[in-house]
Design a protein around this ligand. Structure first.
Ligand code: NAD
Length: 427
C-alpha cells in the first residue's frame, strides 16, 4: 500500500481498520478494468465531520465527548449507515465502517452511498437522562449533513430504537417539521418497519440457503455453530432451526455450549430470559472450552459477534464447509486464504449481513410514501433482494475465478465507480 493514498490525518504506522479497507481495495483493483482509473475516489472519504459533544452530567459538571460522522461516498445516493456509541471509536474505525457501507449498499444494489457515525463514549457509565442529552447534542452537531435526502443514520453497537427516536425528534425540532425518514431502526409506533429486528439474521439465512443449494448441502439436519447470541446470532439461530437445521454449538461472551443432537434456540432464549450470563447453566447442552468452539464438527459456521475472530491461528481448526459472516469483519484476510485452501466457502459480511440495511431501506421507502407494508411483504422483498444479489455475485465469482468476497467487491465497486465516472468531476 502506498502512503500517498492515505489522507494526511492518518498515521501510516497505525492505520487500523481503514488500512484493512485499503488492502481490500488493492485486491479488487486489478479486476475493475477501465473503472480502476476512478478507484482513488474510494481511498478518499467524501466528508469527515468531527464534532465536540458537550454534555451536562447529572451532577452539574460538563463532559466533552468526541463525535464523528463520515460520508465515505455519495455517488449512488444519500449516505446510509449506523451510529456506534463505544469508548474505542476512532476516526479510522468510522472511516472504514463507512467505506464498508458503501460496498454493502452497492453490493445489494440499494440506492445509497456509504456513511457511518460514532461517539467515543461508554454508554454504560451514563444515566438515561445523560444518554438522551448526549444523543440530542450529537444529532444537533451533525444536523447540517444528515437528512432524509442526505444521510440517514441507523442503530449500530450500543445504539437502539430509543436512541433513533431521540435522533429523529431532535432533527425534526431543528428543522421545524416532523422528519421520520431521517433515521431508520425507529420504534414501530413512530414509523419503524415490521421485520427490522430479525432482518440481519434472516438475511444470513437467505444467502446461506442459496449457497447451500449450490454446494449440494441439504438444509434439513445441517449442523450449525454460531458465535454470538445477540440480535443477529439469535435471530439466525431461530430461522435456521425452523428451517430444519440443527444448532450444535453456541458461543457468546459468557462461554460456549454444545450438543450434537441440537440446541433449540427458542427454548434457550426462554431459559436466558434476557440474562445472557446464564448460557453455561442451560441444562440441554454441555459447556465446552471457548478455544474448542472453532473446531466443532459442523457444516456451517456463523460468526455473529465481533471482528477479527477467525485468524491465521485458528482457521486451520475450522471443519465447516461454509462460513456465513453475520458480524462485520470476523475473518482476517490471512485466515480467509487458509479457509479457501481447505475448501471452505466464505460468504462475506458485505453480502451476508446486508439484510439489516435492506430492511432499513424498506423503512425509508415506507416513510417517504407514508404507506406501510405487511411483515410478509417485508420478508418476501428481503428474500428477493438478497437472492438476486447472491446470484449475481456467485456467477461473477465463477466467471472471474475469484472468491465470493472479491466478487462482491468487484460488483459493488464497479457500480459505485460507474456512477462516479458518469457524474464526472465538478467543475
Ligand atoms: P449484539 O450486541 O446484539 O450481540 C453480540 C453478541 O456477541 C452477544 O451474544 C455477545 O455475548 C457476543 N459476544 C461479545 N463478545 C464476545 C466474545 N468475546 N466472544 C464471543 N461472543 C461474544 O450485537 P449484534 O447486533 O447481534 O451484532 C453482532 C455483529 O453483527 C456485529 O459485528 C455487528 O456489527 C454486526 N451487524 C449487526 C447488524 C444488526 O442489524 N444488528 C447488521 C449488520 C452487521
Amino acid at each position: 500500500m502506498t502512503t500517498a493514498a492515505l489522507p494526511s490525518f492518518i498515521d501510516p504506522a497505525r492505520i487500523g481498520p481503514w488500512g484493512m479497507f485499503l488492502e481490500q481495495l488493492e485486491r479488487v483493483e486489478p479486476h475493475l478494468g477501465p473503472l480502476a482509473a476512478w478507484i482513488d475516489t474510494l481511498r478518499h472519504p467524501k466528508r469527515c465531520l468531527i464534532v465536540d459533544v458537550p454534555v451536562r452530567m447529572d451532577d452539574g459538571h460538563i463532559r466533552h465527548f468526541e463525535g464523528f460522522r463520515v460520508q465515505h461516498n455519495l455517488s449512488r445516493g444519500p449516505g446510509k449507515g449506523g451510529v456506534r456509541f463505544h469508548p474505542d471509536v476512532t476516526l479510522s474505525e468510522v472511516m472504514a465502517l463507512s467505506a464498508w457501507m458503501t460496498v454493502k449498499n452497492a453490493a445489494v444494489n440499494l440506492p445509497y452511498g456509504g456513511a457511518k457515525g460514532g461517539v467515543r463514549v461508554n454508554p454504560a457509565e451514563l444515566s438515561m437522562a445523560e444518554l438522551e442529552r448526549l444523543t440530542r447534542r450529537y444529532t444537533s452537531e451533525i444536523g447540517s449533513i444528515i437528512g432524509p435526502d442526505r444521510d440517514i443514520p441507523a442503530p449500530d453497537v450500543n445504539t437502539n430504537e430509543q436512541i433513533m427516536a431521540w435522533m429523529m425528534d431532535t432533527y425534526s425540532i431543528n428543522q421545524g417539521s416532523t422528519q421520520t425518514g431521517v433515521v431508520t431502526g425507529k420504534p414501530i409506533s413512530m414509523g419503524g418497519s415490521l421485520g427490522r429486528k430479525d432482518a440481519t439474521g434472516r438475511g444470513c439465512y437467505v444467502v446461506a440457503r442459496e449457497a447451500m443449494q449450490r454446494l449440494g448441502m441439504p438444509m434439513e439436519g445441517a449442523r450449525i455453530a454460531i458465535q454470538g447470541f445477540g440480535n443477529v446470532g439469535s435471530a439466525a439461530a431461530r430461522i435456521f432451526h425452523d428451517a430444519g437445521a440443527k444448532i450444535v454449538a453456541i458461543q457468546d461472551a459468557a462461554g460456549t455450549i454444545a450438543n450434537t443432537n441440537g440446541i433449540n434456540p427458542h427454548a434457550l432464549l426462554g431459559f436466558l430470559n434476557g440474562n445472557p450470563r446464564a448460557l453455561l447453566d442451560y441444562p440441554e447442552a454441555e459447556a465446552i472450552a471457548n478455544a474448542d468452539f472453532w473446531g466443532v464438527d459442523c457444516d456451517l459456521l456463523l460468526p455473529a459477534a465481533l471482528e477479527n475472530q477467525i485468524t491465521a491461528a485458528n482457521a486451520g481448526q475450522v471443519r465447516a464447509k461454509l462460513i456465513v459472516e453475520g458480524a462485520n469483519g470476523p475473518t482476517t484476510p490471512q485466515a480467509e486464504d487458509i479457509l479457501n485452501a481447505n475448501g471452505c466457502t466464505v460468504l462475506p459480511d458485505v453480502l451476508a449481513n446486508a439484510g439489516g440495511v435492506t430492511v432499513s431501506y424498506f423503512e425509508w421507502v415506507q416513510n417517504a410514501s407514508s404507506f406501510f407494508w405487511t411483515e410478509k411483504d417485508i420478508h418476501d422483498r428481503l428474500d428477493r433482494v438478497l437472492t438476486e444479489a447472491f446470484q449475481g455475485i456467485w456467477d461473477l465469482a465463477a466467471a472471474r475465478k475469484v472468491n465470493l468476497r472479491t466478487a462482491t467487491y468487484i460488483m459493488a465497486c464497479s457500480r459505485v465507480l460507474e456512477a462516479r465516472a458518469l457524474r464526472g468531476i465538478y467543475p
